[in-house]
Ligand binder design. Structure first.
Ligand SMILES: COc1ccc(CN)cc1O
Length: 319
């Protein structure tokens, strides 16, 4: 089998939401290659006002004794109990998917009514269900897929898709360049050989993770400093949450070299949003607080990205 589900960017391309059939309901989930839990609001979730919620199908079963509790890099969290139910994404069906029902969610989730939960697409080793760790949707359907891969096609301010089971050459230009993935921490980790700000090449390798569930491109302080050195007037202002600059400033492109392929994020994608101060908040920010680099939506929305589990590799092409 194969299938494609449309994703829709939320304001500032902050997250990409996909309608998913979970049991007897349709909910809008944030697909997150940086985590491995599929969780969703229920009719009784504290903080569930304004969200669609999960209704178990007639065939659903409660996974007795199983619970989950997750924390994310931005300090948000959620927890609850677990059902086994049918989940359909773009016509691809997982018949025995662990559906994690949220009993509690933190305030940043409850106030974000654009999503009704998350669908994790990292490696299943990050799944938080206890005492029996559960598999991601991708792991559950992988053996049924015509080609056991999925692709993320995130766009700037336009609908894209998550494709399961096929590579679509109409969705990228040139060729796909593959590079080994580092799944040792449960993420889709990878290394770039160098980076370029405008036309200035820095021959330093950077490692990080491909994370559709993080909005920004989070890089070490040296790399951030080298980028914003080419943004006149940019300052790193902790009171505004990081690197800001006057919104009239033009931004240089940021590109990375992966196995001979140059992945370019145009300067026009590198402003995240305008602050009330009239300053603009950059899409490239520091990864110091996290301890590793994150190639989030700001980077990914310039690329066609293949996530290949069996070969433990990532593929990149321009779109
Ligand atoms: C508060 O909202 C979120 C927090 C964490 C993630 C996963 N990186 C996704 C979200 O939409």
């Amino acid at each position: 089998v194969s299938g494609s589900a449309t994703n829709t960017p939320q304001p500032a391309d902050s997250e990409y939401i996909v309608p998913v059939t979970v049991g007897a309901s349709t909910v809008n989930l944030d697909f997150d290659t940086g985590s491995a839990d599929l969780w969703v609001y229920t009719s009784s979730t504290a903080g569930g006002a304004g969200h669609n919620y999960y209704t178990p199908s007639d065939g659903a079963t409660v996974m007795n004794g199983e619970t989950w509790s997750i924390g994310y890099g931005d300090g948000s969290s959620a927890s609850g109990n677990v059902y086994q139910d049918t989940v359909v994404v773009g016509g691809v069906t997982a018949t025995a998917q662990a559906v994690e029902a949220a009993q509690t969610v933190s305030s940043s989730f409850s106030s974000d009514t654009s999503n009704d939960g998350l669908l994790g697409l990292s490696w299943s080793s990050l799944n938080t269900v206890s005492p029996d760790q559960q598999k991601t949707f991708y792991d559950n359907v992988q053996s049924s897929l015509a080609d056991p891969v999925f692709a993320a096609i995130l766009k700037h301010d336009a609908p894209g898709s998550y494709d399961f089971g096929f590579i679509d050459s109409s969705k990228y230009t040139g060729n796909i360049t593959y590079t080994p993935a580092d799944n040792s921490q449960g993420y889709w980790g990878f290394t770039v050989d160098s980076y370029t700000v405008g036309t200035t090449v820095t021959s330093t390798a950077l490692s990080g993770i491909a994370d559709t569930g993080t909005s920004l491109l989070l890089l070490d302080d040296t790399t951030c400093g080298n980028y914003y050195a080419q943004v006149s007037g940019a300052i790193n202002d902790s009171s505004q949450g990081g690197w800001v600059y006057d919104c009239s400033t033009s931004l240089p492109d940021f590109s990375v070299s992966i196995n001979g392929y140059t992945a370019t994020v145009p300067g026009s994608y590198l402003t995240y949003d305008q602050q009330s101060s009239g300053q603009c908040y950059g899409g490239i920010q520091s990864s110091t607080a996290i301890g590793f680099n994150i190639f989030g939506d700001v980077f990914l929305k310039s690329q066609y990205v293949v996530f290949d589990g069996p070969n433990v590799q990532l593929g990149f092409a321009s779109q």
